[in-house]
Design a protein around this ligand. Structure first.
Ligand code: BTN
Length: 262
């Protein structure tokens, strides 16, 4: 396991104070000033509860092979190792619902630490006023899942081509965010929601997700399936978190891939 760098004092203080609320997460907690991708560093640990945090990533990645812009200090780059297959109730469903669960938790943590109201877009993008604030990347590694999230902290995190589509906590509040607080509140919320997931409290997770995802009902979407562009109107998510879309050909169930919202 990579040793990492010393924790910066603001993060060390915040973690120390929140430690009892973080279990089973942040054990171990590894920090890097710079790393390729926190998801790769977490995958090399692969112990349930491990958390990797970086100040900068040189190869941060998003979903569908995209780059996640990760300059020093402008965002929070975090990955945690989770094991939904050890859920006490229906491990298959717990694994399927992991990314929606993470979206709910990170939205709750952002709100608790900053007061910024966050919406979710299926499956788990975090939006504020129609602009993306944070993204989540879940990757299966052997018998665990590495769940990485990136939150834009300051406007400097946004290159010009993203500026119209993305936002940051600083952009929303006009204040420099307390990254230690955002880190511990997102991890604490993730610890609670992960507990819900392992205990089979799936309806509580789905209810919380639905409340935060107004676009999951009644929004026009397009997506590509079998090389054909399809479109329809969203009709909620089912019990496994699949997006339901009404189309001329009937109700379609989307489980992955890229959905474009209009
Ligand atoms: C997306 O919206 O496309 C997902 C973005 C996920 C970015 C985070 S930053 C921390 C972790 N490490 C990575 O390389 N990616 C995720």
């Amino acid at each position: 396991m990579a040793a990492g760098d010393p924790l910066p004092p603001d993060i060390a203080d915040a973690i120390e104070r929140a430690r009892p609320r973080l279990a089973p997460l942040a054990s171990p907690l590894v920090f890097f000033s710079t790393v390729g991708s926190t998801n790769d560093a977490a995958a090399s640990i692969a112990i349930e509860g491990a958390v990797v945090v970086a100040e900068a990533q040189t190869a941060g990645r998003g979903r569908r092979g995209r780059t996640w812009f990760s300059p020093s200090g402008s965002g929070l780059y975090v990955s945690t190792v989770l094991a939904p297959t050890r859920a006490r109730v229906d491990p298959r469903r717990a694994t399927t619902l992991l990314t929606l669960t993470a979206g709910v938790a990170i939205a709750e943590g952002v709100e608790a630490s900053t007061g910024v109201d966050v919406d979710l877009k299926w499956p788990n993008d975090l939006y504020v006023s129609g602009r993306k604030l944070a993204g989540i990347l879940a990757e299966a590694v052997r018998d665990v899942v590495v769940l990485g999230y990136g939150i834009n902290l300051t406007a400097a995190a946004l290159p010009s081509d993203l500026r119209d589509r993305a936002t940051s906590l600083e952009g929303q509040t006009g204040l420099a965010p307390d990254r230690g607080r955002v880190l511990v509140e997102t991890l604490a919320a993730l610890a609670v929601r992960y507990g819900d997931l392992l205990a089979g409290r799936f309806d509580a997770i789905l209810d919380a997700w639905r409340v935060r995802a107004p676009a999951a009902i009644g929004a026009r979407v397009t997506w590509t399936a079998a090389s054909t562009v399809q479109s329809g109107v969203t009709a909620g998510v089912d019990e496994d978190g699949a997006l339901l879309v009404k189309t001329d050909a009937g109700l379609q169930r989307i489980v992955g891939g890229e959905v474009k919202w209009s």
